[in-house]
Design a protein around this ligand. Structure first.
Ligand code: NOJ
Length: 573
């Protein structure tokens, strides 16, 4: 089947199943819960779903530690229930992609257990090396701070314990051994996994840390001063990455399916090595550069939010990929603290909603395929500060240990955690002001509900005609009816401003669009560019009033007074 670029017309909604909606009352989100909410998701103007891992898993990394690639976690439901969700989503006009973790499995996966036996055909399916009793094979560390190698007994053909000091590599949690993609039989097995889901009818995959699957031969030591993810220069975008991706792509191509690869550390120039439309091995890539607009590298190393920094990254990607590859557009996912608590403003309820609308307009009207994370559309915020033991995520704990070992006090480290913990994105979706935010009928959900749920919830937000979901619907509706937003050029008109984001989309033969967004907490006066105002501008969306009269005649007025975080979207000839 010929490869088409239908992924360019999608708008994704990401479901992190454990916290989305509990349908069977056990306190854990599940597929019954999802089924009941598909109409709601579709009503936002979304036409694709990305499921974070639904597979059986001991949940050491909440599903990213897969114990069986071809089944559904019983806590979430059954394969039959997944098929029902898939069919209903398709019937509603939504594509569905699965999260596929190819870099590693759970240490409970049957493959890993078999690889403990030195005579097993799967003995080299993982990255096993000999060390000494006290010393691992090299100095690599996990990207989840902590050691990168774990010592583990392996067995000889006669069942006796091998006398060698065997270690396996884990670039993530200790329970997540890395797979050895250099082994052809493993690659075949992973292709079968892809076929399993594609045969069932899924439309593609989000490929977890896919840029880490090829490690440099000989596993040389990494740069010694790197505290976490040491060795990255040898395992990120390794020597055979393109080759292996090309091989995996032959499978998805047979089904006209799509792939979006997660790519930490990716620059636009390097991305083109994988997603250039002339020789793609992936359709899309998630990079992380814009998520450093408030930090150095990671949200744990916080700086003040800089709109200029954010726009610089947006602009670089829009320019570099134009006509050559396709962008992903996102501000949130299950690994990022809530964006409103980072790039927005939560000082008052009014500013929360206003800045939520500003952030939505800042990314949804760019060129690319947008992704919305569950709860983002109602402006969910970070959790209040918790005690260390209240955070479920292994990364929060490992990063805590790292900060303490670097000399940070407990108090200071906990302040960093409150801002940066991934747990912030993983509290249950707030559906209503009912107990536990209507997420579950159980007495206790698996993880705490944000105490602000009585104010911030889907029911309240939907009841407000000027609410956030209504704004998402309007912006997405505007986007979907104009080829301008798919194909038009993008230009940032004031890249240096720290309080104003103003960009255009233009396409010959169509009306152009000017997006004006204040990122200020104060009322501001601005001027529209002379050349655009001269052509006459017509207001089509205004975040302070979701019911704009789009039939009003164009004006030539240049002076504009913007309320805090106000958005105005104009068309011009
Ligand atoms: C990236 C995923 O998004 C994250 O949640 C996970 O912990 C790591 N990869 C390891 O699979």
């Amino acid at each position: 089947m010929p490869k088409t670029d239908w992924y360019k017309d999608l708008v994704f909604y990401q479901i992190w199943p454990r916290s989305f909606c509990d349908g069977d009352g056990d306190g854990i989100g599940d597929l019954t819960g999802v089924l009941g909410k598909l109409d709601y998701i579709r009503s936002l103007g979304v036409n694709a779903l990305w499921f974070s891992p639904l597979y059986p898993s001991p949940q050491d990394d909440y599903g990213y530690d897969i114990a069986d690639y071809c089944a559904i976690n019983p806590e979430y439901g059954t394969l039959a229930q997944f098929q029902e969700v898939l069919e209903k989503a398709h019937a509603l006009g939504m594509k569905v992609i699965m999260d596929l973790v190819l870099n590693h499995t759970s240490n409970q996966h049957a493959w890993f257990l078999e690889s403990l036996h030195l005579d097993s055909p799967k003995a080299d399916w993982y990255i096993w090396r000999r060390g000494t009793d006290k010393k691992p094979p090299n100095n690599w560390t996990s990207t989840f701070p902590g050691p990168g190698w774990e010592k583990r007994e392996r067995y000889n053909a006669d069942g006796s314990v091998s006398s060698d000091a065997w270690y396996y590599l884990h670039l993530f949690a200790v329970e997540q051994p890395d797979l050895n993609h250099d082994c052809p039989a493993l690659r075949e097995a992973l292709k079968d996994v892809q076929r399993f889901w594609l045969d069932m009818g899924v439309d593609g995959f989000r490929e977890d840390v896919i840029t880490y699957i090829s490690k440099k031969e000989g596993l040389p030591n990494g740069f010694p001063l790197m505290p976490a993810g040491r060795g990255m220069e040898h395992f990120s975008q390794g020597p055979n990455l393109r080759k292996y991706l090309a091989e995996y792509r032959t499978v998805v191509d047979e089904y006209d399916a799509m792939t979006v690869g997660e790519a930490p550390g990716m620059t636009p120039q390097n991305a083109l090595r994988y997603i250039d439309q002339n020789a793609p091995v992936l359709d899309l890539m998630f990079h992380f550069q814009h998520m450093t607009a408030d930090c150095i590298g990671l949200a744990w190393v916080k700086t003040r939010f800089s709109l200029r920094k954010l726009k610089k990254v947006f602009n670089a990607w829009q320019q570099a990929l134009r006509g050559r590859a396709w962008n992903t557009l996102y501000l949130e996912n299950h690994d990022q603290p809530r964006v409103l608590s980072r790039f927005g403003c939560t000082d008052t309820e009014e500013l929360r909603v206003a800045s939520g609308k500003a952030l939505a307009a800042a990314y949804l009207l760019q060129q690319g395929t947008p992704f919305i994370y569950q709860g983002q559309e109602i402006g969910m915020t970070n959790l209040p500060p918790l005690a260390l033991e209240e955070y479920p995520d292994v990364v929060t704990h490992n990063t805590y240990d790292l900060f303490r070992s670097l000399g940070f006090s407990h108090k200071r480290t906990m302040a960093h955690a409150a801002y940066a913990a991934r747990d912030n994105a993983r509290s249950p979706v707030q559906w209503s002001s009912a107990p536990n935010a209507g997420f579950t009928t159980a007495e206790k959900p698996w993880f705490m509900v944000n105490p602000n749920y009585k104010t911030i919830n889907v029911a309240n937000a939907l009841a407000d005609p000027n609410g956030l979901p209504q704004w998402y619907k309007q912006v997405l509706a505007l986007r979907s009816v104009r080829t301008l937003f798919r194909d038009g050029t993008y230009r940032d008109l004031c890249p240096r401003s720290q309080t104003l984001y103003m960009y255009t989309r233009e396409l010959p033969g169509e009306q152009s669009c000017l997006v004006v967004i204040s990122f200020s907490k104060k009322v501001t006066q601005i001027q529209l560019p002379k050349a655009i105002a001269a052509r006459g501008v017509q207001l089509v969306l205004d975040s302070t009033n979701n019911a704009v009269d789009a039939t009003a005649p164009p004006t030539h007025e240049r002076n504009l007074t913007l309320k805090p975080y106000q958005v105005q979207v104009y068309f011009y000839q």
